[in-house]
Design a protein. Sequence first.
Length: 297
Amino acid sequence: MDGSATDLSTAETDFERDKSAPQPSRRRNKGSMKDAVPSFRRQNSPGDKNKDRAPTNGGEPGEGHSAQSAQNAVFAEVESMFPSEDSGQYERLRKLGAGAFGAVVLVKDMRNNRLYAMKVLTISDDKDGRRNLQEVKLLKMMQHPTIVQLHDVFLSRDRKLLCLVMTYCESGDLAQIVKEARHARRPLPERTLLSWFAQVFLGIHYLHEHHLLHRDLKPQNLFLTDSKKLIKIGDLGLAKLLSGDERESAEAGTPYYTAPEMVNQQPYGLPSDVWSLGVCLYECLALQLPFRGDSDL
């Protein structure tokens, strides 16, 4: 590509600018506010007396009891990681999208009028609870300018929804950009793609340095800011922390983007993320997937 050195330098400059930009404070101002959206009101901490809270034991054995136990366990761990100082409110503005594990809603923090993307996850059983709690822990651990940041987390009043308040990327995901370019039959500029993927590889390098395998890299999980100069990696719901040279074997990922060893149910590791990114880059350049078939695999 012409001017690749200059473009990479530009990407690094944008990356450093974003890294040095002030981040929203997690410190909560004390005081009460009116309920903007009651269903998204923060719960009191576990030590508070709250007669409206669901009991933590008792009830009939079975699926409902199991789900309640999972919710209580997640609630306790979430509050231990994010101590509550007040009842912060979030106003729902509109739905941004939905996935297999929940919905994403645009919200406004009534304390500072900032916009965030709230991922609303349903806790229906112990497995859901463990998976959702893992995503919270990983988002809390991974602090990098090219990764969507977790700003707040809490449980809904009915103790059935786990709400993750994250960075709002105004320009949407890369899949939408590719779709629009394909419809217009207009290739995406190579210099722009070089800048974006330089940032994504910096983010993946950071995750891999911390032995974290994303396992679901695809254009739908790469998000652009309002200027479309900065891109961020999102959705760590399927991510897996590896120990040393450990390899994973569990089924994960999205058809067309998963590495061959994952499709063939063979042990896989960090290189599988690089394969997925290669598929993403090819799709952005050619405006089509590199492989075709009669099925998804």
